[in-house]
Design a protein around this ligand. Structure first.
Ligand SMILES: *[C@@H]1O[C@H](CO)[C@@H](O)[C@H](O)[C@H]1NC(C)=O
Ligand SMILES: *[C@@H]1O[C@H](CO)[C@@H](O)[C@H](O)[C@H]1NC(C)=O
Length: 395
């Protein structure tokens, strides 16, 4: 099979709108973090009140070497159940109807052996004021901060993805992990993303790794997830708003991924999966971390219709854009050099199935800054996806 490489222009507005929808949400966030100083005493008190609501009394807490605090929370008392739709939700400890073979194998530890929550509790990264401040901005998805007219600095974003339109109950992939360089107000994210619904009311679940400087105030690469159930709902990061039911005692969203790939050297992978057995489960290697109950989604009862894999970057519009993936273009070298998604498969609720190569679409919003590329994979895997670039573009 010949190597295929497609860069498609944004032909149909719907594609573009879909992307903007969720990016716009995150964008607003990143941009507004710069206005952190402008917060009033009243707002500060309100945030403290909210934090009390979100951060349930811990059974035990840990501070990592990276300065993050993780709490062990009674599984039944976690913030997820403050969601009005989850009042009578019965906690599921593991997925139903998912083959046990999916839970076999090893998953590298992210925390020292000493960090493990006692039975009956789950590990959850403690929400900070910074998290809240960003979440607060999500209340106004319509006030497009994209093109700010109030004299504030406009935001910029760019993406390079591979897209697959196919009915599914989830997908999995293996992606190498990098630490793309960013300025203190930029973010660079790499993820798998499952969605359904009309563009103006998109339902989506996204998970992967990211460097989000304005949020964490550091340049570590962390595990992250983002979701929205549509219905004019703002999107949600990790545990900031209620919804994601954590079940794992040792792996939390927001954890630092300390094994980073080396350019022209050893590659460090993570395996990420999103699988539906009714609820939408998040899987890290062979471990199910938790799930989004299907009730949270308006359009994802009968599965999803689209999967994307790729990178997206954000930042203020007055700075050159950050690096994506490894910071190198796929065209400048693939093995050990470029960011990838390998061994990608879709879940049809019974089997894992490789995507049909002819229906995969590589797409870059700015091919001069970031590239997305499909290449034949090792059989039976028909395709590997490579993406990324140095950025440094003015958008
Ligand atoms: C991350 O920050 C540290 C210290 O601030 C710096 O030495 C390092 O080069 C940065 N890494 C990247 C990839 O930007
Ligand atoms: C990639 O790196 C690995 C480990 O360092 C090495 O064994 C392998 O030969 C490299 N492959 C290429 C194509 O450079």
């Amino acid at each position: 099979m010949a190597t295929r490489f497609m860069i498609m222009p944004a032909r149909r507005p719907t594609n573009f709108v879909l992307l903007l929808m969720s990016f716009q949400i995150m964008f607003g966030l990143l941009h507004s973090v710069q206005e952190w100083q402008t917060i009033s005493e009243e707002e500060n008190l309100e945030m403290e009140r909210q934090l009390k609501l979100i951060n349930k009394p811990p059974i035990k807490s840990f501070k990592t070497d990276y300065g993050d605090i993780f709490d062990c929370i009674d599984i039944y008392k976690q913030h997820a159940f403050d969601h009005p739709l989850l009042k009578d939700h019965k906690v599921q400890m593991e997925p139903k109807n998912i083959p046990k073979s999916m839970m076999e194998g090893e998953s590298p530890r992210l925390l020292p052996n000493s960090i493990k929550c006692p039975p009956g509790s789950v590990l959850i990264k403690r929400t900070t004021k910074q998290d809240l401040f960003m979440a607060k901005q999500m209340n106004h998805p319509k006030s497009s901060r994209f093109r700010t007219t109030d004299g504030a600095v406009p935001s910029s974003f760019a993406f390079a993805t591979v897209r697959y339109r196919k009915h599914n109950f989830g997908a999995k992939t293996t992606m190498n992990v990098w630490a793309p360089s960013t300025s203190s107000s930029q973010a660079s994210m790499s993820s798998i993303w499952i969605s359904n619904g009309p563009s103006e009311d998109l339902n989506l679940i996204e998970a992967g790794w990211a460097v989000i400087r304005p949020l964490y105030k550091d340049n570590y690469t962390r595990l992250f997830a983002f979701w929205t159930g549509g219905q004019k709902n703002k999107g949600c990061f990790n545990y900031v708003c209620p919804g994601f039911v954590q079940v794992h005692r040792e792996i939390s969203l927001g954890l630092v991924l300390n094994q980073i790939s080396v350019y022209n050297g050893v590659q460090r992978d993570i395996e990420i999966g999103i699988f539906s057995d009714g609820e939408w489960w998040l899987k890290y290697f062979n471990q199910f971390i938790g799930y989004w109950p299907q009730k949270l989604f308006f359009y994802m009862y009968g599965g999803a219709t689209k999967v994307e894999w790729g990178g997206h970057v954000f930042g203020p519009g007055n700075e050159p854009t950050p690096a994506m993936g490894s910071g190198h273009f796929p065209k400048d070298g693939l093995q050990n050099k470029s960011a990838y998604f390998k061994d990608t498969q879709m879940w049809d609720s019974v089997h894992l199935i490789y995507p049909q190569p002819g229906q995969l679409l590589a797409y870059s919003g700015r091919p001069d800054c970031y590239e997305a590329k499909l290449t034949p994979g090792v059989a039976p895997n028909p395709m590997d996806f490579f993406y990324g670039g140095p950025g440094q573009c003015n958008l």
